[in-house]
Design a protein. Structure first.
Length: 343
């Protein structure tokens, strides 16, 4: 009797073991995220390629009423002290979500310290501003409002004007139970900015399996983009915008230059020496539309920006042919806004 019980116990244990093995191979391999390979060799970069860059979603589900209200606020100079500057003054939807200037211009013609980054796809950045001082879009909205070189206002000043506007009173009361508040103004603008995605670039289509979406030259540029190591900083869904990096990794970019406060980057936020000249890596989406380049708008053309990145970030002197091919690839990152081409 004891032998029968022992035999049955072993039998059931074997069955459980086999079931676990089957379940483990058919389920866990799918559900458990595989470890990320080290991006330190070209082979590793190639293996990681399919995960390193992902296409943008074709749409995001957002409450239409908040998006519409946020759009109105985004284009309304009421947020500025003298009612002359709106969010769209520095982020033009017709200029790639930027303004085409070296440095943006605020009230009374005041020249800002940095080049305006694009507002397109900004919800996919892990931090906002070149120095990453805002963790979220909600935190970012308050920056230009209070910046003396931009809107030079404050939320109390904005609230006085908003609460004297019958149209805004009606719109806010129809959406928010507590009507016009600073948090609700920010919330509406953030909803609109989150709607500003630019999917369906040629490269997005390529990532989705359309092998003919890129021509031979563009594909060669993509291969060079990976082989030189550009992809080590410009990856993820926004092809950048997900890490901080020193400007001048292998060669001092600021040597023999007059260093201005904006050139210090993250150092202005943390006061740590290791953050000197460290910036948020910008997204490369729609990069062909957002010249001039870099935090100070000092570089006018995309080929020149590529050459500088090759020399100071990668330690490579790129040939004119390689620069041209990489630029051709970068041009495939221009997407569509609400189904309409940005080019």
């Amino acid at each position: 009797m004891n032998k029968q019980r022992i035999g049955l116990s072993i039998f059931f244990l074997l069955i459980l073991f086999l079931l676990f093995a089957v379940f483990n191979t058919s389920h866990f391999d799918i559900e458990i995220e595989q470890p990320t390979p080290e991006l330190n060799t070209i082979d590793a970069l190639r293996r990681y390629d399919s995960q390193a860059i992902r296409p943008l979603p074709r749409q995001v589900l957002l409450p239409a009423n908040k998006v519409a209200l946020g759009e109105t606020l985004f284009h309304d100079p009421i947020l500025s002290k003298d009612n002359t500057i709106s969010c769209s003054s520095c982020h033009l939807l017709t200029l790639g979500g930027a303004d085409g200037k070296d440095r943006s211009v605020g009230i009374n013609g005041t020249i800002g310290m940095v080049n305006a980054p694009t507002v397109f796809n900004s919800s996919y950045n892990f931090a906002q501003f070149w120095d990453g001082r805002a963790d979220t879009l909600a935190q970012q909205v308050s920056g230009p409002v209070h910046n003396p070189a931009e809107m030079a206002s404050s939320w109390p000043q904005v609230m006085v004007k908003m609460q004297d506007n019958a149209l805004y009173i009606e719109k806010f009361q129809s959406i928010y139970a507590d009507g016009i508040t600073t948090d609700n103004i920010i919330d509406a603008i953030v909803h609109y900015e989150r709607s500003l995605i630019t999917p369906d670039s040629a490269f997005d289509n390529y990532l989705r399996g359309e092998q003919n979406a890129l021509n031979e030259r563009e594909l060669r540029g993509y291969e060079l983009f990976k082989e030189y190591g550009c992809i080590s900083c410009h990856q993820g869904i926004n092809i950048g915008g997900n890490m901080f990096q020193q400007f001048g990794v292998v060669k001092n970019y600021f040597k023999n230059k007059v260093v201005k406060p904006a050139d210090l980057g993250r150092f202005n936020v943390t006061n740590r020496d290791e953050d000197r000249h460290v910036f948020k890596v910008p997204s490369l989406r729609n990069i062909a539309l957002t010249a001039p380049y870099f935090h100070n708008g000092s570089v006018k053309t995309l080929p020149d920006a590529i050459k500088i990145m090759g020399e100071y970030q990668l330690g490579q002197q790129l040939s004119d042919t390689d620069v041209s091919d990489i630029a051709a690839f970068l041009n495939t990152l221009t997407g569509k806004l609400e189904g309409k081409s940005l080019q």
